[in-house]
Design a protein. Structure first.
Length: 284
């Protein structure tokens, strides 16, 4: 019995039968079954799936060999193309220097425009600011700027002070204050102009002239068409916001009529007398 075990468990017997079993799984052609097999033959099993090409079995990396490289924590920066789009979209209006123009609004808008375009990031800040400011002036304002001396135009701070004295803080100048006060008194809601725009115009001009709110309120109401003005005045608004709300309500009711010169108070008065006559006729 020991001899039988030794015969079946010797190395030559095991190698020969193991290789035969391996090749029988692959079902090669009939001729290859009788081909001589050597011990140097390299056998690499393959897996064939019905829905894919044959793939070789590859060893996967152990989880311990997989490393992750975290990105460094950096500040969020906008792409350069996005910055260019913002600069193209943000523009500053021109300033002509006419009496109806608002110098304070233009100056605020221009300084925001300069900040957006990064003029303060360069060494030649004053020259760049002055160049941009010069290109945004038209008409009388451009004539005023060109008349300044080279010393006055040497830095942005000096030009800013001179501009404010000319177009912003003109209350102390007799001629300018009188002219702008006359313009303020003649303001009225024009056909095609929104009520909100007229309200802002009254408010801005009033602030420039240092007008109290009750005077701006009175001017806003008197500048409306007659029927709208009567409607707003009848509501006795206490401030500009309430007057604006009443004016919008009057517009919704159809009291905004620019072409017809109608005395709203007279209409209500005539209607009152007509009602009295009707009541008197019914009494008798």
């Amino acid at each position: 019995m020991n001899r039988c075990h030794n015969f079946f468990l010797n190395d030559s017997f095991l190698k020969a039968h193991a290789l035969t079993e391996l090749f029988s799984l692959q079902t090669p052609p009939h001729d290859s079954l009788h081909a001589p097999i050597t011990h140097s033959t390299a056998v690499r099993p393959t897996v064939k799936l019905p829905f894919s090409e044959p793939y070789s079995i590859q060893e996967e990396l152990p989880p311990t060999q997989i490393s992750f490289q975290p990105e460094p924590s950096v500040g969020v920066s906008l792409p350069h193309t996005f910055t260019n789009k913002m600069e193209n979209l943000a523009t500053c209006s021109k300033f002509h220097g006419y009496p109806q123009d608002n110098g304070h609004t233009f100056l605020t808008e221009f300084e925001s425009f300069s900040t957006l375009h990064g003029l303060s990031e360069f060494n030649l800040t004053d020259k760049r600011m002055l160049a941009a400011f010069h290109l945004h002036l038209k008409g009388p304002a451009l004539t005023w700027y060109n008349s300044l001396s080279d010393e006055s135009k040497s830095d942005w701070k000096s030009v800013r002070i001179l501009f404010k004295e000319k177009y912003v803080n003109f209350c102390g100048h007799g001629a300018n204050a009188l002219m702008h006060s006359e313009i303020f008194q003649n303001l009225s809601l024009s056909s095609g102009q929104s009520v909100e725009d007229f309200y802002c115009l009254i408010y801005e001009k009033g602030k420039l002239l240092a007008k109290p709110e009750h005077e701006m309120l009175s001017k806003f109401i008197s500048g409306l068409p007659e029927q709208m003005s009567f409607f707003v005045r009848a509501g006795m608004p206490q401030d500009m916001q309430n007057a604006l709300a009443s004016a919008k309500m009057a517009e919704a009711y159809g009291y905004r009529k620019h072409d017809e010169s109608v005395n709203a108070a007279g209409l209500f008065k005539n209607k009152f007398h007509d009602n009295r006559r009707t009541a008197a006729g019914q009494k008798y």
